[in-house]
Structures are given as C-alpha cells and as structure tokens.
Write a protein that binds this ligand. Structure first.
Ligand code: XMP
Length: 316
C-alpha cells in the first residue's frame, strides 16, 4: 500500500543523495508546486537558494502575498524585480508561441543572472507538464504550447544532468497531499494553479502595463467574490482575463467604447481536461456589477462556458 509519508522520505533521501554537497537553486512562484519543492529541499538539508522572479505578469499584490507565505513556512527567498525587463522584451509581440518563448527565455536569463554560478537547478515540474511537452516535441501537429520550463536553455542544462525535478511523476492533487505531509498550511496548498507565463496567457495578443492592470483589477474582484461566497475552494482554477476588443456601451450619460473581460472558472482532475463551473448567478452578478462600476476600460463582462477540450483553460 502507498503511504505518503514513506514517499516523502524517499523523495527527501533521493534529493539528498543526488545533490550531495552541491548548491541547488530553485525558482519559486508561490504556487503549490514550487512551494512543495522548496520545502522538500529545505527538509533534505541541502544547500538551497530560493529565487522569486517578479516578471511583471503577476496578479494584484502577488509579490507581497508570496513573500508573506514563504515567511510563514520558514524558507528564505530572494526577490528579483524584473518587470521592466519582461515587459520591454514583450512589447509589441502578439503571437502566443513567441510570447511564451520570450517569457521563458527571459526567465532563464533573469534567473541565472540572479543565481551566479549555482551547480544545480531544481524545478517543480509535474507529470502533465512532462507529457504535454513530450507530445510537443514529437509531432508538429500536436504542438499544444511551449511550456516555459521546457525551453532550450533548460534542455541544455538537463542534458548536463543539472536539473532536478522531484515532482515529475506527480499530479496536482498528489503534490497537495505531499504538501500536507510536509506541514505546509492548507490555504497555501489550496491556491489555484497559476501559469508560469502569468497574465500574459490571459491577455491575448499584445501585452502592456495598461492591459495587465485592467486584468489585475478584474481578477481581484472576481477572486474576492468567489472567496466571499465560499466558492474559491470548490473550483480548480478561476480568473478574469482580457478580451482586447472594443465594443460600444453607455457609461453614465456617455457612450463608451471599451474592452471586455472574460471570467473563467473550471473544475478539473489534472488540467488535461476541464469543465466550466455552474457558478451561482449571484456571484456572477456581483462580480459583473463591481467590475463595470470600478474598472476603467471595461464595459462588458463575459463568462466563458467552454470545456477543455476543445478549449484550453488559459486563452493562449
Ligand atoms: P491549459 O491552458 O493548457 O492549461 O488548459 C492547463 C493548466 O496549466 C496551466 N498552464 C501553465 N502552467 N506553465 C505553467 O506552469 C505554462 O506555461 C502553463 N500554461 C498553462 C494553466 O494555468 C492550467 O492550470
């Protein structure tokens, strides 16, 4: 029979053995995967440095929340504010795959600048990331998307045996279970997944600070309403994104010509498939009302009722 505590000990022993006296650097995002990874490394007692990159594509107040969460679990993190570098690199680019590549490569660049000459890299890659990326490599027809933790530079490092991915056989729910066994607080473990490329994949086409700020406001309102009504923990993932198409409306006495926001809330087992959630109408109504009243630049709120497949959870 499978015992999570045995599994935890095996992982920790494995890490200790593989790493030896080398220094390991890990990137942390504040998400469940990298948090569990950082705590595993801490428990293994290896020489570890945790780096948090603010890529300018984070949600509202996210950098502060992440710092506070790591303080609670006793892991020191170095925060690198690289917002300017990412947004400059992304400026004017509208192609989804190119955006992902720019973000992935910039992440590695910023990250290794911060690292100096560490001897190993640890990543919180999960099983679904591994198989989606493998199918990318095999067939052009099945190119889904280039996961940012599988870009060229990482592959080079991997070839040199310098990449440690202790979660690569696990699904999300198993990572959460492991996190519980490691004593990580539940509210941290129950955070919704958030993609590496951040709000970029929720901002179809060109990304800039104005668009990102709008998404941040809409998203904070939606997530706030889900929590207020006790629905945050009932869904796998939820967010507000931007539809950068202007439509006509009326605000006050004036004609408005503004963008739309799409709300998305899904349930899923492992992110490979997903179903949209029949949220109570009161949540949708209150969210829409608050967004339309408070967020400048938005005059239309839509709810995304697409299953995966054929849609994906994110918009890019
Ligand atoms: P899709 O949009 O492919 O998303 O249905 C499936 C799940 O994966 C997350 N996602 C990513 N996570 N790097 C990540 O770490 C990525 O590049 C990435 N793209 C999507 C997404 O949020 C969802 O949970």
């Amino acid at each position: 029979p499978f015992h999570i505590d045995d599994f935890k000990r095996e992982l920790i022993d494995g890490i200790r053995e593989t790493v030896g006296s080398r220094q390991v650097v890990c990137g942390v995002s504040g998400g469940v995967d990298s948090t569990v990874l950082a705590v595993l490394l801490k428990e293994a007692g290896v020489n570890v440095r945790a780096i948090f990159v603010d890529n300018g594509l984070l949600r509202k107040d996210e950098a502060q929340v992440v710092q506070e969460n790591f303080r609670r679990i006793g892991v020191d993190i170095d925060t690198v504010d690289a917002s300017e570098r990412f947004l400059t690199a992304l400026a004017g680019e509208g192609d989804p795959e190119k955006k992902r590549k720019i973000i992935g490569n910039m992440f590695i660049e910023v990250f290794w600048d911060a690292v100096g000459d560490a001897e190993m890299l640890a990543q919180g890659t999960l099983y679904p990331d591994v198989i989606e990326s493998a199918s990318n490599a095999k067939s052009k027809a099945s190119v889904i998307k280039t996961h940012h933790n599988r870009v060229a530079k990482i592959l080079e490092l991997q070839a040199e045996g310098k990449v440690l991915e202790p979660l690569a056989e696990l699904f999300k729910d198993e990572v959460r279970e492991l996190g519980t066994a490691l004593g990580i607080p539940e509210d941290i473990l129950q955070r919704h997944p958030f993609p590496g490329p951040g709000l970029s994949v929720r901002c179809p086409g060109v990304v800039d600070k104005e668009r990102l700020d709008i998404i941040r406001e809409c998203d904070a309102i939606f997530i706030g309403k889900l929590k207020e009504h006790g629905w945050y923990d009932k869904v796998w993932q939820a967010y507000a994104g931007l539809i950068p198409v202007k439509t006509v409306g009326v605000k006050g006495d004036e004609r408005s010509y503004e963008w739309a926001t799409n709300l998305r809330a899904v349930v899923s087992e492992d992110a490979m498939t997903a179903d949209w959630v029949e949220l109570p109408p009161v949540i949708l109504r209150e969210t829409s009302h608050k967004i339309l009243n408070e967020v400048k630049g938005i005059n239309r709120v839509l709810y995304d009722i697409s299953t995966k497949p054929p849609a994906s959870i994110e918009w890019e």
